[in-house]
Design a protein around this ligand. Structure first.
Ligand code: HAM
Length: 439
């Protein structure tokens, strides 16, 4: 290569690396930036309001849990456990994972802390990050946030539908319309084995046309054959036996009663006999909720998990719950132009001119904040013009101007940012006067 060409190549290399930061977020993970604050605040505020309104108490479990909790709880033959867990050994040799979901940890906590003694059923909600090593794509991340509701300690369909209703009420309060519930039952220990056998019989003759994953699922987790998204498998599924024809009497009654309650609550629903969901702990009711704007992307999913307590070493504890995917909800809101909650920002903007004023400003600002007045400032910008420009930009109602003269006279200027009117008031009256004007 000629020296000239080499130089050009080196230059190109430099310009390529320019703008590339040394460190970036890990693939599939993202920062939540200040410009998204309004959405996250809205979701969390409404989440807390809805949780309280529906009588759910707060619970928070650690992000790290023993790997076995999910291997046993979610099931070894699920995608999550087989290939999506972030697991590692601690210095003490314990194998832990970043929690991929919140239900197994809540049940662990229920057993560990004897929460059944305090309320029956126990109604809890949680919010926080979950981690799954999935292929990143729209609406699917490796770190994402869920809001979850769990009702533990009662097997009545009444609670299945309460869980569905709290989810719909949450999404509706956010302004999401056209919600559709997809619902199914996956039976119980009595009827599922027979159904499983029938499924295996059917798929045995179809094996040649199935995708690679389904061939594996055939041996390990045949129910999951039903929700494979590959074209060839969707075709095969059309002839598969459905669980509704194989339910035991109790599961049949449970599903019937659940659907009756769904109907009497005017929930727009569609029974989907192929909905099995990706977690093995479910029994009886399973469901997903999506909106008509993107019916394929579930905003929430859940179901009943009556055996999870027993699997985790306790006893049989009937339970039902749901989790909502917060990133998906926010993306949906943005796409459909659903605005986050508007706040009337009653703030004041502090303008300090000169060194003495700047020195005094921090104490004055803090006094106002202690009196619950929202104060913004850009004291570092020095010039009064720039500071007032910021006051304007932030739509502050009042600007407080402290200059050398005001410092000397122990006074401060109040400027009405709408009318431009200004008046000078004694500093000891500052709080009282501001509150009067902000009212
Ligand atoms: P899940 O269906 O795995 O259920 O997740 C619930 C919701 O979390 C999904 O509907 C979706 O909105 C969101 N979600 C799941 N994976 C991702 C991802 N990789 N990126 C972005 N969002 C995602 C559960 O987790 C169960 N624990 C639900 C439950 C609670 N069942 C009973 N109680």
């Amino acid at each position: 290569m000629s020296p000239k060409k080499k130089k050009v190549e080196e230059l190109n290399k430099d310009s390529e690396s320019e703008g590339k930061e040394r460190y970036q977020t890990v693939r599939g993970m993202h920062d939540i930036l200040p410009r998204e604050e309004a959405y996250w605040k809205t979701i969390r505020e409404i989440g807390y309001e809805i949780s309280e309104l529906h009588d759910f108490s707060f619970i928070e479990t650690p992000i790290l849990e023993p790997a076995g909790l999910f291997e046993e709880g979610i099931g070894e033959a699920t995608d999550i456990v087989e290939k999506e867990m972030f697991s590692f050994k601690t210095r003490g040799g314990e194998v832990v994972v970043l929690r991929p979901e919140g239900t197994a940890p809540v049940m662990r906590s229920y057993i560990q802390n004897h929460l059944g003694h305090f309320a029956s059923p126990l109604r809890v909600f949680y919010e926080g990050p979950m981690f799954r090593y999935e292929r990143p794509q729209a609406g699917r991340y490796r770190q994402f946030h869920q809001w979850g509701f769990e009702i533990i300690g009662d097997g009545d369909p009444f609670y299945d539908v309460q869980i569905i209703l709290v989810t719909i009420n949450f999404l509706t309060a956010l302004g999401i319309k056209g919600l559709k519930l997809k619902i199914n039952t996956v039976g119980c220990r009595v009827c599922r084995p027979t159904y499983r056998k029938r499924l295996l019989q059917y798929y045995k003759t179809e094996k040649r046309g199935m995708c690679k994953d389904c061939i594996r699922r055939y041996d390990k987790n045949p129910l999951r054959l039903l929700d494979c998204k590959e074209k060839e498998c969707e075709e095969i599924r059309k002839g598969a036996p459905i669980i509704l024809d194989n339910l035991c009497q109790n599961c049949n009654a449970h599903f019937k009663e659940t659907l009756e309650l769904v109907e009497s609550n005017n929930i727009d629903y569609e029974p989907n006999p192929h909905l099995v969901r990706g977690l093995d702990y479910y029994s009886r009711t399973v469901f997903e909720i999506a909106s008509e704007g993107n019916p394929k992307l579930a905003l929430a999913g859940g179901g009943r998990y009556d055996y999870l307590g027993e699997i985790l070493g306790g006893r049989m504890i009937p339970a039902v719950g749901v989790s909502l995917g917060l990133e998906r909800i926010i993306e949906y809101m943005k796409k459909e132009n659903i605005a986050p909650r508007k706040r009337e920002r009653k703030n004041v903007f502090f303008v300090a001119v000169g060194d003495e004023a700047k020195k005094r400003s921090l104490r004055l600002i803090n006094t106002m904040r202690l009196a619950s007045i929202r104060v913004l400032e850009s004291v570092g910008k020095q010039s009064i013009k720039n500071q007032l420009r910021s006051a304007d930009k932030t739509k502050s109602k009042l600007a407080l101007i402290l200059g050398q003269r005001e410092c000397f006279e122990d006074s401060i200027i109040l400027r009405n940012m709408e009318s431009g009117e200004q008046e000078t008031i004694p500093i000891e009256k500052m709080i009282e006067e501001i509150k009067k004007r902000l009212r």
